[in-house]
Ligand binder design. Structure first.
Ligand SMILES: Nc1nc2c(ncn2[C@@H]2O[C@H](COP(=O)(O)OP(=O)(O)OP(=O)(O)O)[C@@H](O)[C@H]2O)c(=O)[nH]1
Length: 394
């Protein structure tokens, strides 16, 4: 039986769960990539700021020397400008490097050393201005040329730290990118698999629905028709008869039923086997169909008993003629399992409303008449004998 929960709901939930997990992982990977890219940009920016810082230091140094040598105010102006640039770039760098605490030590050192260097520069300029370029104080002060070297060394360290950071970020980006690409491929494969399985499941469901529909149709057919002859069965016959009686009662119409029992059928069964008997039953069914009109209703009641409903007959002699025709058709020789055989039929005829006006009584009357035909020598038809006072004819 089709289980909606097991075959649709649970697989759908599992697929939805897997897809959600895959998509969440992909989303996280993509977000991580963006984040790494942002940190990478920050590192690049910081490296650029370090170079700018270094440049302003070199410019300050150069301008100071120029000024000391020439006393030209052009150099003094550039010197002051470079100091300002340094302060500004340094502050910017600090804001950029908030996320890199490992660089703080190097930068503090740079700041301290630069401060000392500028103080020394200022001091030298003052001495030079007051005491002249050959002041004895100057020679001792100029000797400390290592400050710039130290500043450069700290800046280089800071840059190396940033470079390392950049390398590890690049590696992480590369891993994340690979994971994202792999995840995307897996997701696409997963979606394709889900679609293919879903498609096949739908086809299966469709087939099951069609199959169960045709099975239901077959079962409904089997419930109303005889499997061997494909004639309506007793239940269908009774339903039809009841409906017909209601209609006939309203329209004041008459009809007759033939209750027909084969003669000599058991012999075929006994002589040639059950399969041969079945063939004989199919032969008899076809003979009944041939002998009667298409509008007449023919059913197999069970065993070798059949019944027919003859609509709107004119008079009893018409029914006699029709029953004789049925007998003639049934008496035709036929072959079963290579043996020539022959059947007879005893027919009991009951008329509505003359003999009875309900289905059960009508069937019983026809059955009794059929037994009368058997008793009278078989292969003949007998009319039912209506009870006193029931002889209505339309
Ligand atoms: N092959 C076959 N035999 C069946 C089927 N249904 C019932 N029979 C057999 O049909 C036989 C009917 O017996 P009878 O009605 O006595 O047979 P008969 O030779 O026509 O005898 P009378 O009715 O007395 O003339 C029984 O032996 C049942 O077993 C069927 O579907 N197929």
């Amino acid at each position: 039986m089709f289980n909606y929960k097991k075959q649709i709901l649970i697989p759908l939930l599992v697929v939805a769960l897997i897809l959600s997990a895959a998509m969440a992982t992909l989303f996280f990977s993509a977000y991580r990539l963006i984040e790494l890219g942002r940190v990478g940009d920050k590192v690049e920016n910081a490296r650029y700021q370090i170079i700018t810082l270094q440049k302003s230091l070199v410019e300050a140094e150069t301008s100071r020397r120029g000024y000391l040598l020439t006393y030209s105010l052009v150099f003094a102006g550039s010197y002051d400008q470079s100091i300002q640039d340094f302060a500004q770039t340094y502050d910017q760098l600090l804001t950029h490097l908030k996320d890199f605490p490992e660089l703080q030590t190097e930068l503090t050192q740079v700041k301290t050393l630069t401060g000392a260097n500028y103080d020394q520069m200022k001091f030298v300029s003052q001495i030079q201005q007051t005491d002249g370029s050959y002041s004895p104080h100057l020679s001792s002060l100029r000797k400390d040329t290592s400050i710039m070297g130290q500043i450069n060394a700290h800046l280089k360290n800071a840059d190396i730290l940033l470079l390392n950071k950049k390398t590890s970020i690049d590696q992480e980006i590369s891993h994340s990118l690979k994971a994202t690409i792999l995840g995307s491929i897996l997701l696409v494969v997963l979606i394709v698999v889900v679609l293919v399985i879903g498609y096949r499941k739908t086809i299966n469901l469709f087939e099951i629905t069609v199959k169960s529909k045709s099975m239901a149709e077959a079962m409904s057919h089997d419930a109303h028709y005889d499997v061997l002859t494909d004639l309506p069965n007793r239940r269908q016959f009774e339903t039809y008869l009841n409906r017909l009686i209601s209609l006939a009662r309203r329209n004041k119409e008459s009809f007759a039923i033939f209750y027909m029992d084969l003669d000599g059928f058991k012999n075929i069964n006994d002589q040639y086997g059950h399969d041969a008997g079945d063939e004989a039953l199919v032969f008899a069914a076809n003979r009944f169909l041939d002998a009667l009109r298409q509008s007449d209703f023919i059913a197999r009641l069970g065993g070798d008993e059949f019944a027919a409903i003859i609509h709107r007959y004119r008079n009893r002699s018409e029914l006699t003629g029709l029953s004789n025709r049925v007998i003639r058709y049934i008496n035709k020789e036929f072959e079963v399992k290579g043996h020539k055989s022959q059947l007879g039929v005893s027919i009991g005829i009951a008329c509505y409303p003359a003999d009875a006006d309900d289905a059960d009584s009508l069937i019983r009357m026809a059955d009794l008449a059929m037994y009368e035909a058997k008793r009278a020598g078989k292969n003949r038809a007998e009319f039912a004998v209506a009870p006193e006072g029931n002889l209505i004819e339309y």
